[in-house]
Design a protein around this ligand. Structure first.
Ligand SMILES: [Zn+2]
Length: 112
């Protein structure tokens, strides 16, 4: 188990990567690029989550919980995000997992 400041730095580092990832999705209007790299980034974030959770705690139980969360969360995070080809908006499913077929910004049909 790592000492407290190191744990905090690892968690803050992981959260910084997540914030940078979300900022990219919100700022970039290139839907093709986002559609191409999104699954890889989500998988990398899931792997980093497992590494940070298990390394910082030093516990197999936390590692197991992190692996289960990643196995559930990574495919969901890939499946529940779509991109508008017309305006480049990243479209997350709404509250209650309601599937959107049209872009909430420009009204174009979402094709993914
Ligand atoms: Zn749109």
């Amino acid at each position: 188990m790592l000492e407290f400041p190191t744990q905090l730095y690892l968690i803050l580092g992981w959260m910084s990567i997540v914030v940078a990832f979300l900022t990219f999705h919100l700022v970039s209007k290139n839907a093709a690029l986002k559609r191409r790299i999104h699954p890889w980034l989500i998988a990398a974030l899931g792997a980093l989550f497992v590494i940070v959770a298990s390394w910082s705690t030093g516990s197999w139980w936390y590692a197991l919980v992190a692996i289960v969360l990643a196995i559930i969360g990574v495919p969901l995070a890939i499946k529940l995000v779509r991109f508008c080809s017309a305006c480049g908006l990243t479209v997350f499913y709404g509250v209650g997992l309601i599937k959107l077929n049209y872009c909430p910004r420009c009204g174009s049909r979402l094709d993914q």
